[in-house]
Write a new protein. Structure first.
Length: 662
């Protein structure tokens, strides 16, 4: 075994955190976050250690340094704030602090001869620091202090100089780092826009933005619907693919194998004689019409998210111009998509194992670049788990190297480890199994699992999608829709709905036992009456307002479940780190019957006096309740409202005056 570069480097640095898979992947944060870094640093013997956090944006040559402080058990901590989008690097360095070690031992010396010898040793250390100093005033101050330690002043006076805070601070500014140890890895943080952490998504089909007379919606008619979406408080509008749709093997209503002449087909069967992934469906309008639509959305505070569905119809120009990007069947025809026994003959998947994979990767990257050049900075990615992991890591990293504000949502209803891997590779957010988690044990276990992965996995919770109508919504009526909306909007910092199907309580499956919608918008234009009296529009508007007004709901941190003595009631809270905002949610998971029970709250953890009354203000209904102690009664009738979303307020005046709660 070879000798180390310098065996006199005695500090060992371990377990620098936050780190994902030992630093193989970056952790995720958003602009403005304070990053708390901890590291374990040890050395032989009793010498004192100094630790420094180093961080830099991107490929910057110079590190910014932040001294780390010991917090016990050989652990050190420091923090820095993220002010730029993109990749931020950090690491830790440490060294034996000779002066702190001297000072620590010197404070314990009592024999005059020992003190005298130690003062001379200290003076040598101070003079060496003065030599390292390029600062004239600092150098002079250090030389003066070194002289004071060896002066003819009484021993007690010189002892005070040696232990002075002034000397300690000067020496800390000019340490001897010639034998410092650097942590063996540089760790990374991907810094994204706050929208990557906190967002409210709404999905609609622009072709269904029609009145009584239009047969097919356009960007112009869809633009008129933007005020409706903005009025409910959604800040991301997701559009299914807006490209030309193939005619060959086009599907009819309810996924029928035969389509009539006027059936529009599935938007995910991308490509026709009018163009492919960088073209706009001519019935929707032109690229200029899309730009006008996007501009109006921006004016209303909405970002438009486009679908990235990397697949083709049989009529896509790629099939003709780049046949080497597709697999062939034994008869020479192109292999269509299959999920046996299902056949999707209107869709051709790309062959990522093609010998021409490099040109395929670049072309698909250029599709993203095209839409970014059109002002799109949010993408919902269709079925990313069916494409190579390496492809996504390269594409997302390459796009973000030029456009660090681009956000990618993974629509990956795959195995858990596959979903987590995609998040590690760079996806900003991910769909989840929330749709299929409906009981209290299921929800509690699943969101406890997700909480352990929040450094890299950001869930986006959808109660429904054009593909998924869960049986809970099919049979639960209006209370079920309200329940799932509250859970999605408060368990996750990001959530979305497929509308207007959701707010208009669409609940009929294609056939008994199916999760697909009957008369699915995927295969036909739907006319929606947005002014229906039973619409949940006002309820969703209130939910989104609550999310905007309460910082605790804008992060996936600090989610905590609480005991309630009824399995049909689930109770959980979110809070800010400073406890200025505490939101408590209680939901009745039974859409058919009233349920009641006692909730148990951790008042001490929230620095609330169990002996004083406090207010539970229901932000949904406006009701205010005076509670005391950790155990309190709740009752929820789903016919009225299946949920409480409480803001907890400490009492600072009299228990009779609710106006004095804060």
């Amino acid at each position: 075994m070879t000798l180390p570069t310098d065996g006199r480097c005695r500090v060992v640095i371990e377990d620098v955190r936050p780190a994902l898979d030992g630093g193989r992947f970056p952790v995720k944060r958003v602009l403005g976050d304070a990053v708390v870094v901890e590291a374990d640093a040890i050395a032989d013997g009793h010498d004192q250690i100094a630790c420094m956090l180093l961080h830099a944006h991107g490929d910057a040559d110079a590190w910014l340094e932040v001294p780390m402080r010991a917090i016990g058990n050989d652990t050190w901590r420091a923090s820095f704030t993220l002010h730029e989008l993109g990749v931020h690097r950090f690491t830790v360095t440490a060294w034996i602090d000779a002066f702190s070690s001297w000072r620590h031992a010197f404070a314990r010396r009592t024999a005059p001869a020992d003190v005298e010898d130690a003062l001379r040793d200290g003076a040598d250390l101070v003079r060496a620091a003065a030599e390292r100093s390029a600062d004239g005033p600092g150098r002079n101050a250090l030389l003066a202090l070194a002289a004071s330690l060896e002066s003819s002043d009484p021993l007690d006076v010189r002892r005070v100089h040696g232990l002075s805070l002034e000397l300690a601070e000067l020496m800390a500014k000019h340490p001897d780092r010639t034998l410092e140890t650097h942590y063996e890895y540089e760790l990374e943080i991907v810094v994204e826009r706050p929208l990557a952490r906190f967002s409210s998504w709404y999905e609609f089909f622009p072709r269904s933005a029609v009145g009584a007379k239009e047969a097919h919606g356009t960007f112009a008619t869809a633009k008129a619907r933007l005020a409706y979406v903005a009025g409910m408080g959604f800040d991301v509008l997701y559009l299914p693919p807006i490209h030309p749709i193939g005619a060959t093997k086009r599907k009819g209503p309810n996924n029928a194998l035969e389509a009539a002449r006027d059936d529009p087909g599935s938007p995910w069967a991308i490509g026709g004689r009018e163009g492919g992934h960088t073209s706009v469906h001519p019935k929707l309008g032109t690229l200029e019409d899309f730009q006008a639509f996007r501009a109006e959305a921006g004016r209303l505070g909405i970002e438009v998210a486009l679908d990235l569905a990397f697949q083709c119809s049989p009529d896509h120009p790629y099939v003709r111009d780049r046949p080497d990007w597709f697999k062939r069947r034994r008869d020479g025809s192109v292999q269509y998509a299959e999920n046996p026994p299902k056949k999707y003959e209107d869709i051709y998947p790309f062959d990522f194992a093609s010998s021409e994979w490099e040109s395929l990767w670049r072309e698909l990257r250029d599709v993203v670049e095209f839409w970014v050049s059109q002002g799109v900075s949010v993408f919902r990615v269709d079925n990313p788990h069916t494409k190579p992991f390496g492809f996504w890591q390269w594409l997302i990293g390459d796009v973000r190297s030029r456009h660090p504000g681009v956000i990618f949502l993974a629509e990956a209803f795959a195995r858990p480890r596959v979903m987590y891997r995609l998040a590690k590779l760079g996806f900003s957010q991910s769909y989840t199994y929330f749709t299929w988690r409906n009981t209290k044990p299921e929800l509690t276990a699943y969101f406890t699992e997700l909480a352990d992965r929040r450094d890299y996995f950001r869930p986006n919770l959808w109660p429904n999608t054009p593909d998924i109508l869960h049986e809970y919504l099919q049979f639960g009526g209006r209370p079920a829709f309200m329940c799932r909306a509250v859970l999605a909007a408060t368990l996750g910092a990001s959530y979305g709905i497929y509308g207007p199907a959701f707010e208009l309580l669409e609940a009929e499956p294609r056939e008994p036992g199916a999760e697909e919608y009957r008369n699915s918008e995927k295969y036909q234009v739907r006319r929606w009456d947005l002014r229906r009296d039973d619409s949940l529009g006002e309820f969703l508007t209130r939910l989104n307002a609550i999310r905007r007004e309460n910082t605790a709901l804008q992060s996936d941190a600090n989610l905590r479940f609480h005991d309630v003595d009824n399995e049909q009631l689930i109770c959980y809270s979110k809070r800010t780190d400073d406890l200025d905002d505490i939101v408590l949610v209680v939901v009745n998971l039974d859409p058919h019957h009233a349920q009641s029970g006692f909730v148990e709250l951790p008042l001490a953890d929230w620095r609330m006096d169990a002996g004083k009354a406090y207010q539970a203000h229901d932000l949904l209904s406006g009701g205010r309740y005076l509670w005391s102690g950790p155990r309190n009664f709740v009752s929820l009738d789903p016919a009225r409202s299946p949920a409480h979303v409480f803001k907890l307020r400490r009492h600072v005046a009299t228990e009779r005056d609710f106006d004095y709660f804060v």
